[in-house]
Design a protein around this ligand. Structure first.
Ligand code: SF4
Length: 389
């Protein structure tokens, strides 16, 4: 049968609200509550070094792969969001976990660390537009629609790590599981052993790419649930028939790579290997040679033969560092139109210096906390992920 499915256009991304009065408990940003050093201060590196040395083993700095070089140089460990949260949990002696990443990652670290540990996000405006695309009220309304259609009992919610703590809590409350881009197939397999359909949050592309390319579903089995339309824009019959209900969310960085960029780089660089992240659109992933998580991308470049050429579709900071670390290989960014993750890049050296100096003076700033009930429910969905085969 010929598929009637066509790639949907990107969801419009609202500009993040910045400035006083925004909600600090969401991924939306707020102003820095303190006096930031000037970006032009020539002593920033020395100040960060001194503050970190003064804190000693009381502080542990986590650096996500997409962070700027000026910040990454102070990270005690680098990794993807889940690896970093586990690294924090493995260091119960560190009183302060300074998370150079975005808000949902700091929440996960708070959930996985002890009550005595304080998780600090140097800039509260470092949110994630993908996480913002699934708000708890919207997800609860979607669940109500499934209840009305008589299919909630046979639906298992699965959320990507890149979601807020209250979405993870919702998923835990309804017997679901969290997944990463490395274990999405295992999570979906687990979910389909327990239900007839999956509500996949919040990244439609990871959900579709995994279901179709790794699990053999038809693209038409995956229906898009648009939280801005009544019943997600679907009939009750469609809600019941769908195997995968994909939340209409996407990453505002990976969702921008296009198939024409893949075609263009192949024309420009004969023999190039195209390697993309599964948050990219389906037509980009199917046009690429390799697809995998951030850790997969790093290992692929490490293991690549000298002289090979690679066009990579993921965040620019990581691609640039990979290029610098492997001068014997030709590492390039897949699409010159795509820019840095703007919210990740809000964590800069002035914010890191400010946070470390405040902590060194005994003042706890920008702490990220998850309320105990939400943390318990989210923990059950995270633990379920850890128990996946
Ligand atoms: S790269 Fe995408 S998923 Fe990651 S923080 Fe930025 S917007 Fe969110």
């Amino acid at each position: 049968m010929t598929s009637t499915w066509t790639e949907p256009t990107n969801t419009a991304t609202a500009l993040l609200l910045l400035g006083r009065g925004a909600d600090p408990s969401s991924e939306k940003g707020v102003d820095c509550p303190g006096d930031l050093p000037a970006p032009s201060d020539p002593d920033l590196v020395a100040r960060a070094t001194a503050a970190k040395a003064k804190l000693g083993s009381k502080v542990f700095v986590l650096g996500h792969h997409y962070q700027r070089d000026e910040v990454i140089q102070f990270a005690d460990v680098t990794g993807d969001s889940f690896k970093l949260a586990r690294e924090a949990a493995a260091r119960p002696d560190a009183e302060y976990i300074v998370f150079c990443g975005v808000h949902f990652m700091a929440e996960s670290a708070d959930i996985l660390t002890t009550d005595a540990q304080k998780v600090v996000l140097p800039d509260l405006a470092a949110g994630c537009s993908m996480a913002d695309m699934a708000q708890l009220q919207q997800v609860e309304a979607a669940w109500d629609a499934l209840v009305d259609a008589g299919v909630a009992d046979s639906t298992v919610p699965v959320t990507y790590m890149n979601s807020s703590a209250d979405i993870k809590g919702f998923v835990g409350r309804h017997g679901g599981v969290v997944c990463t881009s490395s274990n999405a197939k295992a999570a979906l397999t687990w979910a389909f052993e327990r239900g007839q359909r999956v509500l996949f949050l919040p990244d439609q592309h990871l959900g579709r790419n995994t279901a179709v390319l790794e699990m053999g579903f038809d693209a038409d089995d995956c229906l898009l649930y648009d939280p801005h339309k009544p019943n997600g824009g679907l009939t009750q019959a469609q809600l019941g028939e769908a195997k995968m209900l994909l939340w209409r969310g996407h990453c505002s960085v990976h969702g921008r790579f296009t198939k024409s960029a893949v075609d263009e780089v192949r024309m420009r660089v004969p023999g190039v290997n195209v390697l993309v992240h599964p948050e990219c659109r389906y037509d980009v992933v199917t046009a690429a040679d390799y697809v995998g998580s951030t850790e997969y991308i790093i290992k692929a470049i490490e293991n690549a033969p000298a002289g090979s050429a690679w066009a990579i579709g993921t965040e620019l900071n990581l691609v640039r560092r990979l290029g610098l670390a492997h001068p014997d290989k030709q590492v390039m960014f897949l699409d010159r139109q795509v820019c840095y993750c703007s919210t990740m890049n809000r964590i800069d050296l002035p914010h890191l210096v400010w946070a470390l100096e405040e902590l060194a003076e005994g003042r706890l700033v920008n702490q990220i906390t998850v309320d105990p009930k939400t943390a318990l429910e989210a923990r059950s969905a995270l633990d379920q992920m850890l128990a996946l085969p």
